[in-house]
Design a protein around this ligand. Structure first.
Ligand code: C2E
Ligand code: CA
Ligand code: CA
Ligand code: CA
Length: 279
């Protein structure tokens, strides 16, 4: 038993060591990934529930790693945050997504909203407002079409600088959406402090709303709260027709999820938009 314990510990040590090495390798690779143009965006349509029309997209970043293949954000966003590389990466995502949307609009497609995930590290950066303003000027996208998604954690850890950043963004005409609503801290105080445009109902509630009365009640409550506070409700992770019908009955505004489309490449998204316009 003694030996077993020692072996287990040794294994644990090796495992930790391997993980630290992998992390370090990822960080080194991340530093070059931007210059080497290894990131790409996938676009997931946001659908207006009552009309079924695509009204926007959420941009989701992927890393085409030369050896490890297509990496999802969970494998590199935390490392990008710790190393500070999230700042240049975030600027790239913003520029890429907004210039793509503007190209589609100039090509005659209906104006669509651009929803971007924004890390707390970005909001805490004092140059954030300037960089968003510059990006909008460079791409030509109207500020009202940009929706920055933030988490409850950003609003809870609110410092004076976060407050100043959020106010300046809203003044510019940019919209603020709370992502994964209901999964963070349960304080609602910040809802009265900031002009929030929309609440994104987390997929953990949506996925169970047909089988669990409790989940359905939570979804209902979030939609009502949003409606009373003049905020849109956007359901995420909609996978079935039953969920769609149930959300429609609860007067949810918009939705996204595999039921409509997975996140897809720019080409595939343009095809979805075209098909959407023709009926
Ligand atoms: P999120 O913002 O909650 O994004 C939704 C995630 O759910 C995405 O995973 C999306 O692909 C997935 N999803 C969409 N529809 C469905 C569905 O019907 N069913 C299920 N099971 N999943 C669905 P993804 O792309 O792996 O992104 C994970 C997280 O990474 C995002 O969660 C977001 O927090 C973060 N992220 C993605 N792109 C960026 C970025 O550019 N910057 C930052 N800071 N974070 C990002
Ligand atoms: Ca999001
Ligand atoms: Ca989310
Ligand atoms: Ca999530």
């Amino acid at each position: 038993a003694k030996n077993n314990g020692r072996d287990a510990y040794k294994f644990f040590e090796q495992e930790m060591h391997a993980r630290a090495l992998q992390r370090h390798a990822t960080e080194v690779d991340l530093r070059h990934a931007l210059e080497r143009r290894e990131f790409i965006l996938h676009y997931q349509p946001v659908v207006h529930l009552r009309s079924g029309k695509i009204v926007g997209f959420e941009a989701l970043v992927r890393w085409q790693h030369p050896e490890r293949g297509l990496l999802l954000p969970e494998e590199f966003i935390p490392i990008a945050e710790e190393s500070g590389l999230i700042l240049p990466l975030g600027r790239w995502v913003q520029h890429q997504a907004c210039s793509q949307a503007q190209k589609w609009i100039m090509a005659g497609l209906a104006p669509m909203t651009v929803a971007l995930n924004t890390s707390g590290f970005e909001f805490r950066n004092k140059d954030f407002v300037t960089s968003v303003r510059t990006m909008l000027a460079e791409t030509g996208l109207e500020p009202r079409l940009l929706e920055l998604e933030l988490t409850e954690t950003v609003l809870i850890n609110n410092t004076e600088s976060t407050q100043a950043v959020l106010s300046a963004l809203v003044e510019m005409g940019v919209k603020l959406t709370i992502d994964d609503f209901g999964t963070g801290y349960s304080s609602l105080r910040y809802l009265q402090q900031y002009p929030i445009y929309a609440l994104k109902i987390d997929q953990s509630f949506v996925s169970q709303m047909v089988s669990s009365e409790a989940s359905k009640s939570i979804v209902h409550a979030v939609i009502s709260l949003g409606s009373n506070l003049k905020m849109r409700a956007i359901a995420e992770g909609v996978e079935t027709a039953e969920q769609y019908a149930s959300l429609l009955a609860l007067h949810c505004d918009d939705a996204q999820g595999y039921f409509f489309s997975e996140p897809v490449t720019a080409e595939a998204f343009a095809a979805l938009l075209q098909a959407d316009m023709s009926h």
